[in-house]
Design a protein. Structure first.
Length: 196
C-alpha cells in the first residue's frame, strides 16, 4: 500500500502552462486519496504547483531540502513537515526513506538525476520500491517522456541497459494508472537504506 509518494518534478514552470495545471491537480488528487506527498520542498515551478494542490485539499506534504537552498530562499516552510539536511545526497536518501514509491513528473536535469538514482538503487538491490514516469501529454499530443523512453530503448538495444530493468519501471499517462500499476507490483522495505 502506498502511504506516501515521492514526486520528482521541475523547479520551473516549463513552456507548457497545462503542465502546471496538471501538477496542481495531481497534488489535489493525492490528498483526496489520503496519500502523502514527499518532495524537494521547493516553492516554484511544477514542484510548487504539486505541493500547492496537495495542501489545498488538506493533504500531508513533506519537504526535504538542503540548507544551501534554504539560505537562497528556494524552499517553503508552510508544509506539514520540512526537513533541512546538509547535502543533496542526504536529501535524496531521506526522501527515499520516507516514501513508498517514486514518480517523475515533467522536469529537467534535477528530475532526471533523482529518478535515475532511485532506479539505479533498485537495479543494484538497495531497495525494491516501485518507480515510474508520469507521461503527461504535451502540446504536440505526445507523452512528455516519450523522447527519453526512445533513448532508453536505444540503450537496451546497445546492451547497456537490460530489458528487465526497463520493464521494471511504470510509464503511465495518468496518476490513477500509475498508482494502480504500483499497487500491482507491490512495495517492500528497502533492502539497504540508501546512503548506508
Amino acid at each position: 500500500m502506498i502511504r506516501r509518494l515521492c514526486v520528482f518534478t521541475g523547479s520551473t514552470r516549463g513552456a507548457d502552462p497545462a503542465l502546471v495545471e496538471s501538477a496542481e491537480e495531481i497534488g489535489r488528487d493525492l490528498a483526496r486519496r489520503g496519500i502523502g506527498l514527499v518532495y524537494g520542498a521547493g516553492g516554484a515551478g511544477l514542484m510548487g504547483a504539486v505541493a500547492e494542490g496537495a495542501m489545498s485539499e488538506g493533504g500531508e506534504v513533506i519537504g526535504v531540502i538542503p540548507r544551501f537552498m534554504v539560505t537562497r530562499e528556494w524552499g517553503r516552510d508552510d508544509l506539514t513537515e520540512v526537513h533541512v539536511v546538509q547535502t543533496m545526497h542526504q536529501r535524496k536518501a531521506m526522501m527515499a526513506d520516507l516514501s513508498d514509491a517514486f514518480l517523475a513528473l515533467p522536469g529537467g536535469l534535477g528530475t532526471l538525476e533523482e529518478i535515475f538514482e532511485v532506479w539505479t538503487w533498485r537495479q543494484i538491490g538497495l531497495m525494491d520500491k516501485p518507480l515510474g514516469f508520469l507521461d503527461l501529454p504535451t502540446q504536440t499530443g505526445e507523452g512528455f517522456w516519450q523522447p527519453l523512453l526512445t533513448a532508453l530503448r536505444g540503450l537496451v538495444d546497445a546492451g547497456f541497459v537490460s530489458q528487465a530493468s526497463l520493464d521494471a519501471i511504470v510509464v503511465a499517462p495518468t496518476l490513477d494508472e500509475a498508482l494502480t500499476r504500483f499497487a500491482e507490483r507491490g512495495t517492500s522495505p528497502a533492502l539497504l537504506r540508501p546512503g548506508s
